[in-house]
Design a protein around this ligand. Structure first.
Ligand code: ZN
Length: 310
């Protein structure tokens, strides 16, 4: 069975490699290719571009503390309205080299989680990914790493609603990261040949961020496909928005307490720069209004959809 992870790219004003349509396509395609080099080669997952949007807002990563910040959620929600809430990892490309420093003084290049959109039970729910990347994530393995955080979200015990976790399955005592410096999920994301191990692959393969899993057990994608969304089921769906809110809050808290992701090479450069103190920080104004989107449906996805239909 194919294991497809759809990705929606959302470019905001001033993000690296976003000035032209070709540049935006190249940046998103590079992230997808890197995800397939790790998750594809080591685990059989197939990341594909679902849609690409340009959003007429500027969000400086430096003004963002977390991936659930309102500016990021607004951008993702705008895209989800355009995709009819499609199951996907929604990645927002921000301007600015890196995020605001965390409690430990780290300057992360990327942040990512999975969030519930509908929750009915521990086995019957929908997920979407929310990833934000700063310019520092360009040409790195930060995207596949952040996607990993989303793919690890699961209930370890279907009978226990409190068993929600996103810890790295190969490092149960950790905080969502691997202790192996060559592993993709190490907090300092490896630049070359990152690895995925069997435990990570086993959990990731069951994620409802994978379209084929979302279609099972009455997931939204499945209901859409079967067109059997009866009135009773729709009613049940509407009954649990508070549960969704509660879980998403818990997930955000789990991510906040985790070690942040760094890129080793960039950290070194930064240390050199700060020693010289010749690099003033410019704070650009943040505007969340005028949400105007242009969308493109890349040929690659159209071809893939056509191939699947055949
Ligand atoms: Zn991480």
């Amino acid at each position: 069975m194919p294991l497809t992870v759809p990705v929606v790219g959302i470019f905001t004003n001033g993000a690296a490699s976003s000035a032209t349509r070709a540049q935006r396509a190249a940046r998103l395609d590079d992230d997808i290719a890197r995800a397939n080099e790790t998750w594809g080669n080591d685990c059989g997952l197939n990341f594909v571009v679902l849609r690409r949007f340009t959003l007429n807002v500027e969000i400086d990563a430096d003004s963002v503390m977390d991936v659930t910040d309102q500016s990021i959620s607004d951008a993702v929600d705008a895209a989800r309205r355009r995709t009819n809430d499609a199951t996907a990892i929604y990645v927002v490309y921000l301007s600015g080299k890196n995020f605001a420093p965390d409690a430990d003084g780290n300057l992360p290049d990327g942040k990512g989680i999975a969030l519930f959109s509908n929750f009915r039970s521990t086995t019957d729910y929908d997920l979407y990914g929310q990833v934000a990347l700063a310019d520092g994530a360009l040409n790195s393995n930060i995207f596949p790493h952040e996607a990993g955080h989303g793919l690890f979200l699961r209930f370890t015990d279907p009978d226990d609603i409190n068993s929600l976790t996103d810890v790295d399955p190969s490092n149960p005592g950790g905080d969502g990261h691997s202790d192996d410096p060559q592993n993709l999920m190490f907090p300092i994301v490896p630049r070359n040949n990152p690895l995925i191990n069997a435990d990570q692959c086993s959990v990731a393969s069951q994620s409802k961020l994978i379209i084929e899993n979302a279609a099972q057990n009455g997931g939204r994608a499945g209901r859409n496909r079967k067109r059997n969304g009866g009135r009773a089921r729709r009613k049940r769906l509407k009954n649990k928005p508070q549960m969704v809110k509660r879980f998403n809050k818990i997930i955000a808290m789990m991510r906040n307490s985790a070690r942040s992701d760094k890129c080793a090479r960039r950290q070194k450069t930064r240390r050199r720069r700060s020693a010289k103190a010749t690099c003033p920080v410019c704070y650009r104004s943040k505007t969340n209004t005028a949400v105007k989107m242009k969308s493109t449906r890349p040929n690659a996805f159209r071809r893939k959809s056509a191939a699947k239909a055949r």
